[in-house]
Design a protein around this ligand. Structure first.
Ligand code: S0N
Length: 266
């Protein structure tokens, strides 16, 4: 595949996948998601690879979720249906791929992990964050949601109360706060992030691949029902996206103005 939105490299048993759209803080469009799925599948198929690192280009962001400026644009982020559950983005498929690849996936969070970008690190097996990283959801601010792994699986990690706070208030949390709530595994200085992720990947390479695979699938089995919830969420999102309420959220972000959802309260 000709990759434009993602950098993909394989070295010494480790695959590194980098979301490479720094101008939009590594927000994803349909093509980005397709390239991520392709890269994960390649790492899955390659027996030389034992661990995968997911990160973002630059020092500002890991990933800020769906590209708000590409929503509704052909080839970017449309509502035309297809495998993306109607939202024009194969996000649900990507989530399943990260969960099902039989190798540990480490998120190396180098900046903002927001919205659908936050969900990506949540789904990864492990998260190492730069001390400058910021975490949070913003869906209800921009007329969107991930009410599958984004909410139900998040609640398993940080607990119901905290997960509700994260989604209802849409605040940002520091790396220290994220570690306190069990959302991430480790914090390192920004300049040591990639090295730290590679060091953990190298430790993983010394372990039995079969044991790791079975352990990963056993962890997954306990939360497997969330896949169905995720499908419902993505399916309903397709119906929500082109409503005036959802458009108000997206337009307020693009126009850099305060959002006004008051007339949609009913
Ligand atoms: C990350 C934030 C907080 C950074 O704020 P800051 O530092 O003030 O910088 P900005 O000036 O806002 O941003 C710098 C430049 O980057 C662009 N940009 C940033 N994020 C996006 C984005 N997501 N889409 C498009 N462009 C983006 C800015 O526009 C700016 O460019 P210029 O200078 O040219 O204007 C802040 O940027 C922020 O809040 N970003 C939006 C994050 C967001 O709302 N993401 C989507 C949220 N969605 C959800 O939470 C739930 C939905 C979900 O998980 C999902 C499920 C399925 C499919 C898609 C999604 C999805 O994520 O949408």
């Amino acid at each position: 595949m000709n990759l434009t939105d993602v950098l993909y490299e394989k070295k010494n048993g480790i695959a590194k996948i980098t979301i490479n759209r720094p101008k939009v803080y590594n927000a994803f469009r349909a093509r980005t998601i397709d390239e991520l799925i392709w890269s994960f599948r390649d790492a899955w198929d390659d027996n030389r690879i034992g661990a995968v690192i997911l990160t973002g280009a630059g020092d500002k962001a890991f990933c800020t979720g769906g590209d708000q400026k590409e929503k509704g644009n052909e080839g970017g982020y449309d509502y035309s249906g297809g495998l993306g559950g109607g939202i024009g983005l194969e996000v649900e498929n990507l989530h399943q791929t990260i969960r099902n690849i039989p190798k540990p996936v480490i998120a190396a969070v180098n900046g903002y992990a927001i919205g659908g970008g936050h969900v990506l690190h949540v789904i990864c097996d492990l998260t190492i964050a730069a001390s400058t990283a910021k975490f949070g959801q913003s869906g209800p601010k921009v007329g969107s949601y991930d009410a599958g792994y984004g909410s139900a699986y998040l609640a398993r990690i940080v607990g119901e109360k905290k997960a509700r706070e994260i989604w209802y208030l849409c605040e940002q949390y520091s790396a220290e706060e994220a570690q306190e709530m069990g959302l991430i595994n480790k914090i390192v200085p920004p300049e040591q992030l990639q090295e730290a992720a590679e060091a953990w990947a190298e430790k993983i390479l010394q372990k039995s691949p079969t044991a790791l695979k079975v352990l990963k699938y056993s962890f997954n089995a306990d939360s497997a029902n969330i896949q169905g919830i995720s499908q419902l969420s993505m399916g309903s999102l397709a119906m929500f996206y082109n409503t005036p309420e959802s458009e108000e959220g997206k337009n307020a972000f693009i126009e850099k103005r305060p959002v006004d959802f008051s007339k949609f309260r009913r």
